[in-house]
Design a binder for this molecule. Sequence first.
Ligand SMILES: Cc1ncc(COP(=O)(O)O)c(C=O)c1O
Length: 382
Amino acid sequence: MNLSDRVNSIEISGIRQFYNKVRKVDGALSLTLGEPDFDVPSSIKKYMGEALDKNITHYTSNEGLLSLRKKISSYLDEFKIHYDEEEICVTVGGSEGLASVFGAIINPEDKVLIPSPGYPAYSALTKLYGGEEVLYKLKEDFSIDVEKLRKLIEEEKPKAIVISYPSNPTGATLSKNNCVELYELLKDKEIFIITDEIYSGIVYEEEYNSLAQFEELKEKTIYVSGFSKLFSMTGLRLGYVCASPKYIKGIIKYHQYNVSCAHSVTQYAVAEGFDEALQESKKYVGEFRKRRDYIIERLKDMGMETYIPGGAFYVFPSIRKYGMSSQDFCEEFLNQYKVAIVPGDAFSSGGEGFVRISYAYSMDQLKDGMDKLEKFLKHLNK
Ligand SMILES: Cc1ncc(COP(=O)(O)O)c(C=O)c1O
């Protein structure tokens, strides 16, 4: 007996595969994971306790607590993104949000345009639902080549495109110029725009650009986000999807049969503790910025070519000049210096020639990791 062809067609994520290798190396320092190292904001903890005391432990409506959807709606206004509470479905993390979106829109053999390098779930979900991934390679600065995209859309006739900024793995954000070019390209096309903005709360720039800001694109845009990164609560599993009334109902149907609803205690805690938690999260962003600046300076001193990320908590330097595959580079670094970073090819072919370093770790750990990377590079250059 075999499992389904669809399950057999995907692998566990390259990030996890590498993380599993790291766990076998005694005393290894891991700079691999994409989760903030801060404690969950105290207001969230407080209201989780209150939720239990009040026995808010039953199913909520499928789409989630109204109080939380209202909070999300007004939070998104800050980004000039407007969704009413009826256009929002609260999900079990961004992951289940993405799964419900892909499940609701993909028919077998539908094509989905996916950024390369990009977060591995997009390709895996496309295949799980019987669709076909069409990778679009990002430019050297990890922006989108709109002319190439135009051709791909004409040739492949995809049903959906995934846009993912601030990006995992590159930390790149969407520039105003690129955003307007994309809007011009996509406004007349019949295509779903799935915009994954889970890192939108962790940005180091004033201006925030998103295709979800364009009223004219609203009907076909599906916005995915969540609280894992913003409130440092990856284990509490809370995310959300926003879409026009025409499509959100189908997404909620999918979500209903998958999970019924998101965790009631967490939903309540985020709804009630939101404003205080948001204040606390601003401190995390300040800390991430310091770490980013530190890592960038160290990498530059070592002669590594790197793009300066405008958001998230990753840097994605090039390793091309060392003439090794990203897997070999990371394995040697791990074996010789006991430091783990993620090979770029875990983010599809466009990530080859790069490595992802997560700076969601303490300054002491980052310093240790950078000192060892410096020694490793000196050894490679010999
Ligand atoms: C780009 C991106 N989207 C979605 C997710 C899913 O996050 P979660 O399910 O924890 O909300 C992640 C997690 O790393 C991510 O990097």
